[in-house]
Write a protein that binds this ligand. Structure first.
Ligand SMILES: Nc1ncnc2c1ncn2[C@@H]1O[C@H](COP(=O)(O)OP(=O)(O)OP(=O)(O)O)[C@@H](O)[C@H]1O
Length: 269
């Protein structure tokens, strides 16, 4: 099966005065196209930092993040922005909807960047909102909707342009149990229908069980990797190899642009 994301010996070091915090500490793994992968860990384990590094939102201190064969850590801001618009979608815990826009306008938004014609884009946004069960809320603004409805709009927005990868950081963190299960089922079924790859961060084991594979994160490191559901075409060796790769101490670090206040760059070799 095709690898879509490669994380190689990634480190993120924050400097707080004289103290160094290893938020992500030499992590390596791969994610396959169409896989639903969960980063599971307690508060402060480094899972959100890792997700943000993978999405190119934060700069890594050393290592490599390769998505669809492209080294995203080497891209400048413009290339990264284009790459995100083309291939990536995001679902946030706090929804991050535009408060002055209706549900329909919020979902249309990613299609504006993709220069989809107005009529087509309105139809795509409407169809997506119907799919997430909000066909009767098209003209509602975020404050006129419940948390669960707002997150459905967030999901419709993340998926409408059919990005190959969707990153979700605690997507149900603000929702009650029943709505959480509905939202998780929705994310999973839309992604499976379109063979989209999901990378989700959570601290909740019950939500992690929706994933095909769980990567347990502790103190910035991979503690273990667990195959929950086997995606088509994946054999047992795949998971074993992952664990072995991660236990090898990789040495091939790559220097990257460093933000002197926040990051440490490890020289190659
Ligand atoms: N900007 C920053 N400056 C300094 N330290 C940071 C920064 N961001 C994160 N950290 C530290 O890095 C570690 C990992 O943080 P991170 O937010 O990735 O954890 P998390 O597992 O997502 O936690 P939570 O579930 O509480 O969001 C923590 O010790 C945190 O204090």
């Amino acid at each position: 099966m095709e690898k879509i994301i490669e994380v190689k010996n990634v480190k993120k070091v924050y400097r707080m005065g004289s103290e160094k915090i290893y938020a992500v500490d030499d992590v390596s793994f791969e994610i396959l196209k169409g896989e639903f992968c969960c980063l599971l860990g307690t508060s402060g384990s480094g899972k959100s930092t890792l997700l943000n590094l993978m999405a190119g939102i934060e700069k890594l201190s050393s290592g490599q993040i390769i998505i669809k064969g492209k080294k995203i850590h080497k891209m400048n801001e413009n290339s990264l922005a284009r790459f995100r618009q083309r291939y990536l979608g995001f679902v946030f815990q706090s929804y991050n909807l535009m408060s002055s826009m209706t549900a329909l306008e919020n979902v249309e938004f990613p299609l504006v960047f993709k220069r989809v014609k107005t009529k087509v884009r309105k139809k795509m946004a409407r169809d997506m909102l119907i799919k997430v069960g909000l066909g009767t809320r098209l003209s509602h603004k975020p404050k006129e909707m419940s948390g669960g409805q707002q997150q459905r709009v967030g999901i419709a927005r993340a998926f409408v342009a059919k990005p190959e990868i969707v990153f979700a950081d605690e997507p149900t963190g603000n929702l009650d149990t029943k709505t959480t299960m509905e939202v998780m089922n929705l994310i999973k079924s839309i992604a499976k229908d379109n063979n989209q790859t999901i990378v989700m961060v959570t601290h909740d084991r019950r939500l992690a069980d929706f994933a095909d594979r769980i990567i347990h994160i502790l103190d910035g490191k991979i503690q273990s990797v667990e195959l929950v559901h086997k995606p088509n075409g994946v054999n047992e060796d795949y998971n074993n190899n992952l664990e072995e790769n991660n236990n090898e101490n990789g040495t091939e670090y790559e220097s990257v642009q460093s933000d002197s206040t926040q990051t440490e760059t490890t020289p190659a070799g």
